[in-house]
Design a protein around this ligand. Structure first.
Ligand code: GTP
Ligand code: MG
Length: 462
C-alpha cells in the first residue's frame, strides 16, 4: 500500500513508486511504503532526533528491511508483513516540500520533477541502494534517470505550467552606493527589515561589502551595502574603495544614494555618469527627504532629469521608511535571475563574529569623539557558546592606532569602555537571543590602518 501524507503531488509520487517497484520486477501492490511531505522545521527536528544533525535536508528515508532480494517474495519476510493487506513494509520517506521548491527553483525545473526525483531517491534507499558507495551510486543515478524518463519527468519534458512557476521567481543583486553618510546602511536595514549593517552619523562608518537578503514568496533581492565613496587617505581607505567597486560585479541594478540634506554636488554627478556610461542600470534615490523642504527635493529631482539613462528616480526617507515600497517595485522590474541564492531564513552573508565586531565598533563610533573612532578596529578573540547552550562568551580587542587614544577609550575609571560594552552587549543579546558575557580589552597597534598584516587580521583584505 502506498500511503502519502499530504495531498499535493500524490499522483506524481504514486506514479514514481509504481515505476520504481516494477523496475525491480516486483508488484507495487506487494509493498507498503509511507511517504510524508513535511516542512523545513519538521525535517530539521527529524534530522536532529534520528541523526543528531541540526540541518534541513531534502529527503530522509528510514529503511525497514535490509538485504532485500528482487523480485520481492513477500513469503521470505513474514515478520515484516502489514496484516491489513499482506504487503511488505519497506519503510518511511520524508520529503521536505520547502527544500524541494527551493531546489526546483535553483535547478530551473518543475516542482513535480523535484518531488518525483526525491521520491525515487528515497525509495531506492529503502530498496537497499546507498548513494555513498561508488558502484551503487552510479547504478542509482542510472536507474533514477530511467525512472524519471518513464514518469515523463525528464528536465525537458516537465510541463510548461510548472516550468513557468519556477521561472516566475525573480532574483538579483543590487548594489547600494553613494558618498559617505548618505544613509546606505540605514536603507539596507530598512529594506531587509533586519540590522544588517551598523549606522552612525560619522562618515565612513561602513568598511566592508555587506549583503542583506530580502525575501518575498516570488522574489529574492540581494542588496549590497558598500563603504561610502571617497578619496582614500590610507591602506584601509583603499581597501574600502576596492570593496565598494567590487560590489558592481554581476549586479542587476545600482541604487545611487543622494543625501538631500547636503548638496547634490559635482562628485555625485560624476559618479552617476560613470555608472551610466558603464551601462549599469542605475536608480537614483534621494534620501533624507524628512529633513528638507519639498522645494529642495524638487530641485534635486529637476537636476536628475539631465540623466536620461536613469531607470528611475525615487525620493525616500530610509530612516522613517518612507516610499520604500515604490522603490522595491522599481527594483523588481530590473531583476533578471531566477535562482534562489540564499535560504529564506538567511538575511546576511556575514557570520556572528563579524556582526559582533561591527556592533562593538558601532558603539565606539557613537560614543567617542574627534578622530579617535576612525582609528578603531575590533578583533573578536573569543566567541563561544557555553555547554549549557544559553550563554555566549565574547572577548574582543578594541584596537586603536595611537597610545594617546587608549586612555580616552578606557575613560575615567573605565567608564567609557564600560558604556561601549553595555550598549554592545544589549544589542548582541537581542540579536542572538542568548545571554552574552562580553569582555573588552584596548590594544594599541601604531598606525595599523597602514599595516597590511593587521588589516588582514581584522578581515580588511581583498
Ligand atoms: N533624518 C534622516 N536621517 C537619516 C536617513 N537615513 C540615514 N540617516 C542618518 O544618516 C546618518 C548616516 O547613516 P548611515 O546609514 O550610516 O550612512 P552610510 O551611507 O551607510 O554611511 P557610510 O557607511 O559612512 O558610508 C545616520 O545618522 C543616520 O541615522 C533619513 O532618511 N533621514
Ligand atoms: Mg554605511
Amino acid at each position: 500500500m502506498i500511503k502519502t501524507y499530504g495531498d499535493e503531488y500524490r499522483d506524481i509520487i504514486e506514479k514514481v513508486v509504481k515505476i520504481t517497484i516494477e523496475k525491480h520486477q516486483s508488484n507495487y501492490k506487494d509493498i507498503d511504503v509511507e511517504i510524508n511531505l513535511v516542512d523545513n522545521e519538521e525535517i530539521r527536528i527529524l534530522n536532529k532526533r534520528t541523526r543528531n544533525i541540526d540541518k534541513v535536508t531534502d529527503v530522509l528515508s528510514f529503511q525497514n528491511i535490509q538485504n532485500l532480494r528482487f523480485p520481492i517474495d513477500t513469503s521470505k519476510y513474514l515478520t515484516e508483513i502489514n496484516p491489513q493487506d499482506n504487503s511488505l513494509m519497506l519503510g518511511e520517506i520524508f520529503i521536505c516540500l520547502d527544500k524541494a521548491l527551493e531546489q526546483a527553483i535553483e535547478y530551473g525545473h518543475s516542482i513535480e520533477r523535484e518531488i518525483g526525483f526525491l521520491t525515487c531517491h528515497g525509495l531506492l534507499h529503502l530498496l537497499g541502494y546507498d548513494h555513498n558507495l561508488g558502484a551503487d551510486s552510479e547504478k542509482m543515478e542510472k536507474i533514477t534517470e530511467e525512472i524519471m524518463k518513464e514518469a515523463n519527468l525528464e528536465r525537458e519534458k516537465s510541463d510548461n505550467k510548472s516550468q513557468m512557476a519556477a521561472t516566475d521567481f525573480k532574483s538579483g543583486f543590487v548594489a547600494i552606493m553613494g558618498k559617505p553618510n548618505a544613509g546606505k546602511s540605514t536603507l539596507i536595514n530598512t529594506l531587509v527589515g533586519e540590522k544588517v549593517a551598523i549606522v552612525s552619523w560619522k562618515p565612513q562608518t561602513t568598511r566592508n561589502k555587506i549583503l542583506g537578503i530580502y525575501n518575498e514568496p516570488s522574489y529574492q533581492i540581494i542588496f549590497i551595502d558598500t563603504p561610502g565613496l571617497h578619496k582614500p587617505k590610507n591602506s584601509l581607505g583603499k581597501y574600502m574603495m576596492r570593496a565598494a567597486n567590487s560590489a558592481l560585479d554581476g549586479i542587476d541594478c545600482l541604487l545611487y544614494l543622494i543625501d538631500a540634506e547636503k548638496q547634490f554636488d559635482q562628485k555625485d554627478k560624476e559618479n552617476i555618469a560613470i555608472y551610466l556610461d558603464a551601462d549599469i542600470k542605475v536608480i537614483a534615490v534621494v534620501n533624507k527627504v524628512d529633513r528638507v523642504t519639498k522645494e529642495k527635493v524638487f530641485g534635486i529631482l529637476t537636476e536628475l532629469k539631465n540623466f536620461a539613462k536613469l531607470q528611475a528616480v525615487v525620493p525616500i526617507s530610509a530612516l522613517r521608511g518612507r516610499n520604500i515600497e515604490p522603490l522595491k517595485e522599481e527594483i523588481k522590474k530590473l531583476l533578471t535571475d531566477h535562482i534562489k541564492y540564499y535560504d529564506k531564513d538567511q538575511y546576511t552573508d556575514k557570520n556572528m563574529r563579524f556582526i559582533a565586531s561591527e556592533i562593538i565598533r558601532e558603539k565606539a563610533l557613537r560614543l567617542l569623539n574627534m578622530e579617535v573612532p576612525y582609528g578603531i578596529g575590533v578583533d573578536i578573540t573569543k566567541y563561544q557558546m557555553r555547554e549549557s547552550g544559553d550563554i555566549i562568551d565574547i572577548d574582543a580587542d578594541i584596537i586603536c592606532e595611537k597610545a594617546a587614544h587608549k586612555p580616552i577609550i578606557l575613560g575615567k575609571g573605565g567608564s567609557m569602555i564600560k558604556n561601549i560594552g553595555t550598549y554592545a552587549r544589549q544589542d548582541l543579546e537581542n540579536i542572538t537571543g542568548s545571554k552574552v558575557f562580553l569582555t573588552l580589552f584596548v590594544k594599541v597597534r601604531t598606525e595599523w590602518r597602514e599595516n597590511s598584516l593587521v588589516l588582514k587580521e581584522l578581515g580588511y583584505d581583498n
